[in-house]
Design a protein around this ligand. Structure first.
Ligand code: FE2
Length: 366
């Protein structure tokens, strides 16, 4: 039986290698999330019923490798066997979509007049965005959401040493890898000032600065999504907005909060957003999440502040309209979020976080 692991498939897609990804899950499972660019055939039930004709309706070229995908990598083996009997070079994704959860791709962010290089690292299975910022021989990582080796290898290949890791806030949808990355790289962990995180870190306050090579990051306190949330302004040109401001929406105000606290958080978020909107119109917004699995297209998910202001309807509202709209549009709470918060406060990365982190990403309100 031919199989490929998630890292191999990831590297093929990142390199633009010709491969067809055939998703054989049910339509309901695929609706939650999928591998960007994959084809779909709703053959899950037929394959599990050992129907030899389950894939008869699928037309595939014989000369392009096909990787079949299901939830955990069993049904996809049946699918690839069936395709092989038709002479198709098929293999199955080991561990299925569960293993794919840790996949990622990158896009370089062009900053016209900064001497920093910014790489956006997109966890395609979880829609988290983290950033590697390098200048001269130093680098900073913001919101590490993948295994440390990803950041260490990206930095090393550019001749950078990671000297600082930062989180924009205490995350509720995924485990922060910042502490572990700092241990592996010898970097300092910087976090917004608060008393919840139990491991040693250097606290950032409004206007704190961190130097990276020839550039600096300045912390901007932006409470609302969470009380401690911060954004980081790079060289007066780009701002890493975490879950405070997305390209088409804003952060949810309700996690770890009751109804009254959510409303108070929404008011704080409004004020924080006004501070961000006061930045120059050409400032590049670099958010902490996306709302769809990011394609392997090397196109960074960014926008100028003026474009975000024009597109995000919520940013046009008065404070009272904003608060009322926000609290009525709160999306479903991410599964396991209390446990994720607890682990992030303790700085513990459990051995197999995929199950804990599973589920749709619902960080944004638009
Ligand atoms: Fe968040």
């Amino acid at each position: 039986m031919s199989t490929v692991d998630a890292e191999t498939l990831r590297s093929w897609l990142e390199a633009g290698r010709q491969v067809i990804v055939l998703d054989v899950r049910s339509a309901a499972d695929r609706a939650t999330w999928a591998i960007p660019g994959s084809l779909h055939v709703d053959a899950y039930a037929d394959l599990n019923a050992h129907n030899a004709h389950a894939l008869d309706g699928v037309s595939l070229p014989a000369d392009v490798p096909v990787v079949t995908v299901c939830n955990v990598g069993h049904t996809s083996k049946t699918a690839s066997r069936l395709l092989q009997t038709r002479g198709i070079k098929a293999s199955s994704l080991e561990g299925g979509m569960r293993a794919w959860s840790l996949s990622w791709n990158t896009a370089a962010v062009a900053l016209p007049s900064s001497v920093a290089q910014v790489i956006q690292i997109r966890r395609v299975g979880k829609w988290c965005l983290s950033y590697l910022i390098g200048s001269q021989k130093e680098a900073v990582v913001i919101d590490a959401a993948l295994q440390p080796e990803v950041y260490l290898n990206l930095a090393q290949s550019r001749g950078w040493s990671i000297t600082a890791v930062l989180d924009t806030h205490i995350h509720a949808d995924h485990l922060s890898r910042s502490r572990l990355l700092a241990e592996r790289s010898g970097a300092t962990v910087y976090l917004p000032d608060q008393e919840r995180v139990k491991y040693p870190f250097t606290a950032l306050h409004n206007d704190s600065t961190i130097n990276v090579g020839a550039v600096s990051l300045t912390a901007i306190q932006t409470p609302g999504h969470t009380p401690e949330s911060m954004c980081y302004l790079l060289d007066q040109q780009a701002v890493f907005t975490g879950d405070t401001l997305f390209l088409q929406g804003v952060g949810r105000p309700d996690l770890h909060a009751n109804a009254d606290e959510s409303r108070a958080n929404a008011r704080l978020l409004y004020q924080s957003l006004q501070n961000l909107l006061a930045l120059p119109a050409h400032t590049i917004i670099l958010p902490g999440h996306t709302s769809i699995p990011t394609p392997f297209d090397k196109i960074p998910l960014t926008a100028q502040l003026s474009d975000v202001r024009n597109k995000a309807e919520l940013l046009q509202l008065s404070e009272s309209e904003f608060v009322e709209t926000l609290v009525t549009r709160i999306p479903p709470v991410p599964p396991n979020h209390e446990r994720v918060i607890d682990l992030n406060e303790l700085g513990i990365l459990i051995e197999n976080p995929i199950e804990l982190e599973a589920g749709a990403n619902n960080c944004a309100i638009s």
